[in-house]
Design a protein. Structure first.
Length: 194
């Protein structure tokens, strides 16, 4: 039960952070003005230890599963935005110029050149995000949860049940490995299709 809860919260935060972060990266690529305005904020958010926002999230959202998922989302979204936007920005300019000479609009350039060129960056970001999302969930469970592996670790530490703590940490390591291997499997499938 505890493992399932942690995995569920991690997957929701991971997928949400990756999708929303990619959409924001597309918006930044689309609008130079938006990219210039948001760049300093992204730099600050990236440097900020997001786990320190845990108590603030608890006050804003409440002590529910939502706050745990938001912690996972926050840890992965900024990395996604920065990495994917950088990948989009480093796309081959000659291909973009070629499409422009054939009269392609920005949406067509995104669909035909920029997004496909950014897929390897998105996949490498997935590898980072799966671990960050798990960290976010564990921090959230430390702070608020009454279930999940993070809760078991905190509870075991409070009542000096080190066997519970070590077992939970071991299960957490196995979960992290399985999630990472799942991302590698997705990577192989996507790269085969390209």
């Amino acid at each position: 039960m505890h493992t399932g809860i942690t995995v569920y919260e991690t997957i929701i935060g991971f997928v949400s952070g990756t999708v929303i972060g990619t959409l924001i990266a597309i918006a930044l690529w689309w609008s130079d003005f938006l990219a210039k305005v948001l760049d300093p904020y992204l730099v600050v958010l990236n440097a900020l230890p997001k786990t320190a926002l845990g108590p603030i999230i608890l006050v804003w959202i409440g002590g529910t599963t939502k706050s745990i998922v938001v912690m996972a989302l926050l840890l992965s979204i900024v990395v996604t935005i920065i990495n994917v936007f950088t990948g989009f920005s480093n796309c081959d300019e000659d291909k973009i110029k070629l499409l422009k000479t054939f009269g392609a609009n920005k949406r067509q350039i995104l669909r035909k050149v920029v997004f496909p060129a950014g897929i390897p960056t998105i996949i490498s970001t997935l590898k980072i995000n799966v671990g960050l999302s798990l960290v976010g969930v564990i921090v959230g469970e430390f702070l608020v949860s009454k279930a999940g592996l993070g809760h078991l670790i905190i509870y075991g530490g409070q009542v000096f049940k080190m066997d519970l703590v070590m077992t939970s940490v071991l299960i957490l390591a196995i979960v992290a490995a399985i999630l990472y291997l799942s991302v590698l499997w997705i990577e192989k499938k996507v790269l085969k299709m390209m």
